[in-house]
Design a protein around this ligand. Structure first.
Ligand SMILES: Cc1ncc(COP(=O)(O)O)c(C=O)c1O
Length: 464
């Protein structure tokens, strides 16, 4: 039996496969010779391969277009990029060059939208779908966009009180709004219903009471998103059907309702064995929407998506050197890397996320089962299982050539969660920091150690 790492991969997967190829024992990522890049920059090293972002967008658009054309679907497909998955200017520029719209999650995101507008990356015709729980600041900034004739800015109401903000701040004669459905959570989750959105039973009475006769507001969009993502499961199809039923009920009495937003949660490839049937899922979704609308006798809605991970995850890689090997008992071998998994791919530690892990070199060497450990002193700083098996294998170390390993498809969320340069998830700024002490006379003292982080600081970090 052959024990070379390259044989293990060839026997376990279809390989080479999209984005991954081995030549002379070295891994190429989208034809990029990673070993050469490592020789130039050293490790640890974070990479983004920009062309992959546009390729993902074009793929999804094509799938929707094909699915819609094949059944004579009457609505359009609108691709929005969920900015919180990666706010970097180079990511937004690449996405917007592929003709997408955007979805925002916080007040700083609206400042980001203004930067994009000033850089001529978006215009007043760009859909800006504003999700999340609205603070007064966020609602005010959204209203300012609407007042400045960004007519396709759609605040998606997370709760019924949110409308009061737009009542107060929007001076424009009309204001499009959406309603986010508080979807059920999967049965294994700790909660029955998402904390995000408005509960099903409140939607119709709220529309009739607050929106239907209102001179300013137009209900334009119904938003449906299941936190566990777009999956071919009974749960997903049942929830989609529930959402479509309420869409149709509303549509019958609300002629301005023309948009159905099915959110994000379209998966990225997190394993070489990834068998998700993307085209089938899109075609099923489009067919379901059409079937339910046809039987209710309402026009087909424009379908919006807010794909974050799908857009950007597969463009990213994190490369480490293996600094050394430790055998801690008869079975457990550790490879210690020159960084920390907690601080560079925090989803592994926080939510048990898996990524594609591959060596960059030494593919011709024998392999062994290992645990990957970070060099923090935190016992949780490790990685030792993949999606397809509860084990990780890598080539043996020979003491001559250092072993380099890559975590691939890490392009979504990891930078903001790990605080790259001081960034935060959803661009929520660091809070102000006050120090409390007791002085020599026993009296409480306090002083500001640091003010709150500003939006400008974050936008600088992101390259705007
Ligand atoms: C409202 C909304 N839209 C889109 C997304 C993007 O999800 P994903 O990155 O899984 O596509 C999220 C993620 O939490 C979300 O909350």
């Amino acid at each position: 039996m052959r024990r070379r790492y390259i044989d293990l991969i060839n026997q376990s997967f279809y390989f080479p496969q999209e984005g991954f190829e081995v030549k002379d024992g070295y891994l190429y990522f989208h034809d990029v010779p990673l070993h050469d890049i490592i020789q130039q920059y050293g490790t640890p090293l974070r990479l983004t391969y920009l062309p992959k972002i546009g390729a993902q967008i074009r793929k999804a658009k094509r799938w929707f277009e094909n699915a819609m054309d094949s059944i004579n679907y009457q609505g359009d497909y609108i691709y929005c990029y969920c900015t919180k998955s990666s706010h970097f200017s180079f990511v937004l520029n690449e996405a917007l060059d592929n003709d997408v719209h955007i979805e925002t999650s916080s007040a700083a995101d609206i400042d980001l939208a203004w930067r994009l507008y000033k850089n001529k990356k978006i215009d007043q015709q760009t859909y800006i779908i504003c999700n999340g729980f609205k603070t007064a600041e966020y609602a005010q900034k959204i209203s300012q966009l609407i007042n400045e004739e960004f007519t396709r800015t759609i605040p998606v109401l997370d709760n019924m009180q949110e409308l009061d903000f737009y009542e107060q701040y929007v001076q424009a004669p009309t204001c499009n709004v959406g309603i986010r459905i508080a979807a059920s959570e999967e049965p294994r989750f700790e909660f029955y219903t998402s904390r995000l959105g408005i509960r099903y039973s409140d939607i119709m009475p709220f529309y009739k009471e607050k929106l239907r006769e209102h001179p300013k507001f137009r209900l334009r969009m119904l938003h449906f998103f299941i936190s566990t993502g777009v999956k071919d499961s009974e749960f997903y199809w049942a929830e989609l059907n529930k959402a479509l039923t309420i869409y149709c009920e509303l549509r019958k009495i609300c002629p301005t309702l023309t948009c159905l937003n099915i959110g994000g949660g379209f998966p990225y490839r997190d394993s070489l064995e990834h068998a998700y049937e993307y085209e089938y899922m899109i075609s099923e979704i489009v067919q379901q929407v059409k079937a339910v609308c046809d039987s209710a006798g309402v026009p087909h809605p424009d379908i919006f998506t807010e794909f974050g991970s799908f857009t950007v995850a597969e463009s990213g890689a994190m490369i480490y050197s293996v600094l050394g090997e430790k055998q801690q008992n008869d079975n457990e071998v550790w490879y210690l890397i020159d960084s920390s998994l907690i601080t560079t791919v925090p989803d592994c530690w926080g939510i048990g996320q898996r990524f594609i892990v591959l060596p960059i070199n030494n593919w011709e060497r024998e392999y062994q089962r290992i645990n990957i450990g970070g060099i923090t002193c935190d016992s949780q700083d490790y990685y030792n299982s993949e999606v397809h098996r509860n084990e990780v294998y890598l080539p043996k170390i020979n003491g001559k050539e250092p072993l380099y390993i890559g975590f691939f498809h890490v392009g979504a969320y990891q930078e903001s969660l790990s605080g790259f340069g001081g960034l935060k998830h959803c661009l929520l700024p660091s809070p102000k920091f006050v120090l409390l002490d007791i002085d020599d006379e026993g009296k409480l003292t306090h002083q500001l150690f640091a003010p709150a982080q500003s939006h400008e600081q974050m936008l600088d970090l992101l390259g705007y």
